[in-house]
Design a protein around this ligand. Structure first.
Ligand code: PGA
Length: 254
């Protein structure tokens, strides 16, 4: 079966410490991506202050630049906020929305929805994160995932689904070294698809890409792709090591 173009997104979070380090990491990725025809798509989400400079280093845009966050507003008296248009003007193509580290800081499902609509308007690739804090035996966590998706997608036209990514990220797996088992990832992916089918329709649901995040590395990636049947990865810690990120791109290209 033909699969959708796989996506490997490196979420650098609040790393590395300085612009020269960010440039070094980015250049290692760029130089390899330039000469290798990966079949999977590479994107990185650096901290805001580094993006413009990294964009200058990547004229061919073979590594997409993603923002880790943005405002749903376009301009005005909002101290510390950054708009979609500002990000677009420095080469950003996508945005991570509703990451659990931001939800932990108070981001609501409604705010996730507002950002998804803003991202679509800006023609960004939105990467919408959903995931449970803990897996209970009775499967109650599925209700939470369903709620996160239903609320995030309010007002989203189904014609836009092909340009949206859902990242399934079990919160307990993020940065912990423990990934969800490939069977559990597959089960959750199928569940997410079912929710999308119910919210939209089957054809639309077939277009959306569902990726996995939470302690992905070059050792567990193959099993997650093969058995979890996801369309790629959202990678935190491992994306800060060029070799590891490139290994993930290679695995996702096979
Ligand atoms: P991790 O982070 O790969 O370090 O677990 C994933 C994420 O937060 O997106």
């Amino acid at each position: 079966m033909k699969h959708k173009t796989r996506l490997v997104i490196g979420n650098w979070k609040m790393n590395p410490a300085t612009l020269p380090e960010a440039k070094r990491l980015f250049l290692k990725l760029r130089d390899k991506v330039r000469v290798t025809r990966y079949k999977s798509e590479a994107m990185v989400a650096p901290p805001f202050p580094f993006i413009a400079e990294l964009n200058r280093l990547s004229p061919q845009g073979r590594i997409g630049l993603v923002a880790q966050h943005m405002s749903a507003l376009s301009l005005g008296a909002k101290t510390g906020e950054v708009s979609a248009a500002m990000l677009k003007s420095i080469g950003v193509e996508g945005v991570i929305i509703g990451h659990s580290e931001r939800r932990a800081d108070g981001m609501t499902d409604e705010a996730v929805n507002a950002l998804l609509l803003t991202a679509l308007k800006a023609k960004f690739l939105p990467i919408v994160c959903v995931g449970e804090t803990a897996r209970d035996q009775s499967g109650d966590f599925y209700d939470l995932i369903e709620r996160q998706i239903r609320r995030a997608f309010v007002g989203v036209p189904k014609s836009k689904l092909a340009g949206i990514v859902i990242a399934y990220e079990p919160v307990w797996a993020i940065g912990s070294g423990a990934t969800a088992g490939p069977e559990d990832i597959l089960e959750t992916k199928l569940f997410i698809q079912k929710v999308i089918v119910q919210h939209f329709d089957r054809a639309a649901a077939g277009k959306i890409r569902i990726i996995y995040g939470g302690s992905v590395n070059a050792r567990n990636a193959e099993a997650i792709l093969a058995q979890g049947q996801v369309d790629g990865f959202l990678v935190g810690g491992a994306s800060l090591r060029a070799d590891e990120f490139l290994a993930l791109l290679k695995i996702a290209s096979e």
